[in-house]
Design a protein around this ligand. Structure first.
Ligand SMILES: *Cc1c(COP(=O)(O)O)cnc(C)c1O
Length: 388
């Protein structure tokens, strides 16, 4: 790959993303990086050295290079790696801990990871405290000097979109020698760069905003330092085989070229919808960090650049029954899980997470896409008629 950008003035992240790192293929002149499906790579006759950068795709594939270096650049890290899924990336970090280590994480966060974490910590002999992060003091109280090795944060977090002050939380973790990982799936590097705020690692479900088209399952990590811990994480990816397929890596880079455009639109539309429905008589609350009424608004204003993401939840008057009735009436929103795609999705979270989770039963989670916002508002309006 060649990158003539190094010779000119430094380009803004949105330019780097749109140009996939200003890529030009030195052999063909192609402006799109090639997809390399090969699982194995040849060696030279004279010294048995590898001809290129890869030997076997479970360790590395040349298709990863453009996408990993672009994401590393957008997050301001030292190195990055793509994984088979967001959870594969998260697991590679947790599996780099040793039995006896202690982990602090949030009570409300992406439920699939929370469930796995609770289960795995039991299996692996890791201590785990899940805290309510509405108060920073709860994190401080849970951290154990010398023993806590990982503080896992997600902001804004599923499904209430609580906002964690990354800089303040990271300072507390550092004081006891714990690494800080931030799940930046929802904010994306467009809105927040956790490494800049003191985090050690950033994790993404690249399935969501980074790819943006609901057609690739992928995960990613970016590290502030390429240290021994990072080597252990890469070892886990390679030896457990939590690797992304080359075609998925190629599609992911293609999706990321429009990341800034999409997220900008997601944020503007979400803000419009949040403002419109906050006073609605059938809605008891709109949970969106962009609203002044949201408890995380002040921190979000400081921490998120010019937008509050495309994710929000609404609580419907009349409880679970009313929420499910409303859910059945959508025509433009699609009733489906996941988030961060170009199409808007709506989901009754409690049906997915089960009655034991912290998700309120009257809550509907909305992922705002890039459609005409008027159509989304009209769909929500007609679905809410007579609710509660
Ligand atoms: C979807 C999601 C994950 C899990 O990622 P997968 O790609 O589905 O494995 C983790 N964190 C957040 C915030 C998510 O939205």
């Amino acid at each position: 790959m060649t990158d003539s950008q190094g010779e000119g003035p430094p380009a803004r992240p949105e330019t780097r993303a749109a140009q996939a790192g200003h890529f030009t293929d030195p052999h063909s002149g192609a402006v799109v990086p090639a997809l390399q499906p090969s699982t194995t790579f040849a060696r030279r006759a004279q010294d048995y050295a590898l001809i290129g950068t890869a030997g076997y795709t479970r360790d590395h594939n040349p298709t990863y290079e453009a996408v990993e270096s672009l994401l590393t650049e957008l997050e301001g890290g030292a190195a990055g790696a793509v994984f088979a899924s967001g959870l594969a990336a998260a697991a590679a970090v947790v599996q780099a801990l040793r039995p006896g280590d202690h982990v602090v994480a949030q009570k409300t966060m992406y439920w699939g990871f929370r469930e796995w974490l609770v289960d795995f910590c039991g299996q692996w002999g890791l201590g785990l405290d899940l805290v309510d992060i509405a108060e920073l003091g709860n994190i401080e109280a849970a951290l154990r000097p010398g023993e806590t090795k990982l503080l896992w944060l997600e902001t804004p977090s599923n499904p209430l979109w609580e906002v964690v002050d990354i800089a303040a939380a990271a300072a507390l973790a550092r004081a006891v020698g714990a690494r800080v990982v931030v799940d930046n799936t929802v904010a994306t590097p467009v809105l927040t760069n956790p490494l800049e705020l003191g985090a050690d690692l950033v994790m993404h479900s690249a399935t969501k905003y980074l790819n943006g088209h609901s057609d690739v399952l992928a995960g990613a990590l970016v590290t502030a330092k390429a240290d021994d811990f990072w080597q252990r994480v890469l070892y886990n990816r390679s030896k457990v085989g939590a690797v992304l397929g080359p075609f998925e890596a190629w599609l992911l880079l293609r999706g990321m070229r429009t990341l800034y455009l999409r997220v900008e639109r997601n944020c503007v539309s979400a803000m419009t919808i949040a403002r419109h429905f906050e006073p609605h008589p059938a809605v008891t609350a709109v949970l969106y960090p962009g609203l002044e009424s949201h408890p995380g608004h002040a921190v979000a204003r400081r921490q998120m650049r010019g937008g509050f993401s495309g994710m929000m939840s609404i609580r419907v008057k009349g409880g679970a029954e009313a929420a499910l009735r409303v859910t059945s009436r959508f025509h433009t929103f699609v009733r489906a899980t996941s988030l961060g795609g170009v199409e808007s999705l709506i989901e009754h979270r409690a049906s997915i997470e089960g009655p034991d989770g912290p998700c309120p039963p009257d809550l509907l989670r909305l992922s705002i896409g890039i459609e005409a916002v008027e159509d989304l508002i009209a769909d929500l309006e007609q679905a809410l008629v007579g609710a509660g």
